[in-house]
Write a protein of this length. Sequence first.
Length: 110
Amino acid sequence: MRELGILLMAPAEGGEDGGGMMTQILMFGAIFLVFYFFMIRPQMKKQKDAKKFKESLVNGTKIVTIGGIHGKILEVKDNIVVIETEGGNKLRIEKSAISKEFAAEEMEKK
C-alpha cells in the first residue's frame, strides 16, 4: 500500500510537456469507468427490467404494490390497473405503483 502512495506522488516524466495532465485524465477516466460499471449500468438494467415487467402485466397475475397491498389483477388499461384485494374489494391503481409479482413460493417459505 505504501508503494502505491509513492507511485502516485512521483512526478510525471517529461517535465513541463503535459505528462502530469495525461495521468490526471487517465485517472478521471478510470474513475468514470468504475462508476459506470458498478453504479450506472446496473441501475439502467434494473429500470429496463421493471418497465418490461409492467408492460407484461395480464389479468389474473398476483401482485404487490409499492405500499404493500396484495391483490390479483382483474383489468389492465393504459396506465391503470384494477386489482381485487382480499375480501373482494376492488382498487384502481397506477401501473407505476406495482412493485413486484407475488409468487406462491413466498408464502411457503414463511
